[in-house]
Design a protein around this ligand. Structure first.
Ligand code: HAM
Length: 434
């Protein structure tokens, strides 16, 4: 028996029946993003691996375990496959920053607001809400003027606004600040001091994370480590007075907009580039992968990737997780239906109906047919299935008179309309409801 192929594990086919909901969600996002003044950018799906390693951090889970590297077909002199040094993008922030620097966008305006839609790739162990190819809608605000608490609040409000627009009511914003790079170093020291007494009880990975990147311990999924973390109580004492002021201003701006949030001083996020504000938004009905979106400020990334010292802030929402949460809230969308369904009742009418089909489409009237002649009953069944607004039919009777019968499927009303060249506009007007 021949092998039947299936989509690779952790990827999904988004089927025609699911597309209306995807399109509805994308349209709502696009609408809101444009209302907030964001412009779309479409970076490539793969980049140099080093770009991701330098931005997200060598010790991040994504870089260490989840990169999907591209392997070129070329073999070296020893017969080994050559690694191309390229990886599928696990996220788009690094790509957007790379494009921002490459195209000198900082020289063009002091505030650049960009958004993107598209697939991301992470070699994770698949489970509900965790895929190896998934989609994000995200925004990045970059520019000399981007270090402004109103912008931290705006991106959070925008993420919440998108979730609201697609009907995800039960959600929670978790908020924290990491402060500057110096504050982060003090925070690391403080965490090591607090976790030191429990060092022996940490899992093997966390023991190695302890020196390399202690923040990762806070996200460990190991139950023993989670218990230790839960009992760890940290305060924002490690923050400089300026960072504390900035955080206060972000919270005040969120309060002004009526955005509620829950502060969590242990929220650090798994990517290295964050400074100051970090946030995560969780939603109900997502199981253990309950983060529907996340983001934060990254004031050093542009300079780390070779640009000037330009601050930035952004977020990304996972579209598959948004769809899961929206469906749990009853979201659905109606599929596309044709305006007209054409029926040829006999073989001799078929060619004429095929010509009319083309003419209607050229007039912008969405139309379809079965491309064969057949009984009225079986064709009406098809027209109903396609939810066509009108049925246009021709049998021997109509053909001899040079007419078609047009039935309005909602009212049941029928009308015979001439299809002679000089009368053609009558059929078009009728189907367009003019
Ligand atoms: P992230 O937290 O890695 O952040 O991903 C953002 C969202 O993408 C998650 O909250 C989740 O909804 C979705 N997501 C992530 N991994 C998967 C997966 N394997 N399967 C399904 N959905 C997933 C970022 O990507 C940052 N670039 C966000 C950002 C933008 N920060 C600043 N600007």
């Amino acid at each position: 028996m021949k092998k039947k192929f299936t989509a690779p594990r952790g990827t999904t086919d988004i089927l025609p029946s699911e597309i209306p909901l995807w399109e509805k969600i994308e349209a709502k996002c696009r609408n809101l993003l444009q209302t907030y003044g964001y412009q779309q950018i479409r970076p490539p799906l793969f980049e140099e691996t080093e770009l991701f390693a330098r931005s997200m951090g060598q010790t991040s889970d994504v870089v260490q375990k989840q990169m999907l590297n591209l392997v070129s077909q070329a073999l070296d002199s020893n017969g080994h496959i050559q690694l191309s040094g390229l990886s599928l993008r696990p996220e788009a922030t690094a790509s957007v920053v790379r494009a921002y620097i490459q195209h000198n966008m900082d020289k063009k305006e002091s505030l650049t607001k960009l958004f993107y839609f598209g697939p991301m790739f992470r070699g994770e162990r698949p489970q509900k809400g965790r895929l190896r190819q998934f989609h994000q809608v995200g925004v990045e605000v970059l520019g000399a003027d981007a270090f402004n608490p109103y912008l931290d609040a705006e991106v959070i409000a925008l993420a919440v606004g998108i979730l609201e627009a697609i009907g995800i009511k039960k959600r929670e914003v978790h908020l924290n600040t990491l402060g500057t790079q110096k504050d982060k170093e003090r925070f690391s020291k403080e965490l090591r001091r607090l976790l030191q007494p429990s060092y022996q009880k940490l899992c093997e990975f966390c023991q190695s994370r302890f020196e390399r990147n202690v923040f990762r311990i806070l996200d460990c999924k190991h139950k023993g480590c989670q218990d230790i973390v839960r009992k760890t109580s940290v305060s924002h004492q490690y923050l400089s007075p300026e960072s504390q002021e900035y955080y206060k201003a972000v919270k005040k701006a969120l309060d002004c907009l009526g955005i509620s949030y829950r502060e969590n001083p242990l929220l650090v996020r798994g990517l290295d580039y964050y400074t100051h504000t970090v946030f995560e938004i969780t939603a109900e009905n997502l199981g253990s992968q309950d983060a529907v979106g996340a983001g934060g400020r990254y004031n050093n990334l542009v300079s780390q990737l070779g640009g000037d010292s330009i601050p930035a802030v952004g977020f990304a929402l996972g579209i598959e997780r948004m769809i899961l949460a929206a469906q749990a809230n009853g979201a659905q969308a109606k599929g596309f239906s044709s305006q007209a369904f054409l029926i040829a009742l006999d073989e001799d009418s078929l060619e004429e109906m095929f010509i009319i089909l083309q003419k209607l489409r050229q007039e912008g009237i969405s139309s379809d047919m079965s491309y064969r002649s057949g009984s009225l009953k079986s064709h009406m069944r098809l027209a109903n299935k396609k939810e066509a607004a009108f049925v246009v039919l021709m049998g021997e009777n109509e053909r001899q008179k040079g007419t078609v019968t047009v039935k309005n499927m909602a009212t049941g009303q029928q009308q015979e309309i001439s299809i002679k060249e000089k009368d053609y506009h009558l059929l078009i007007q009728h189907l367009k409801g003019e």
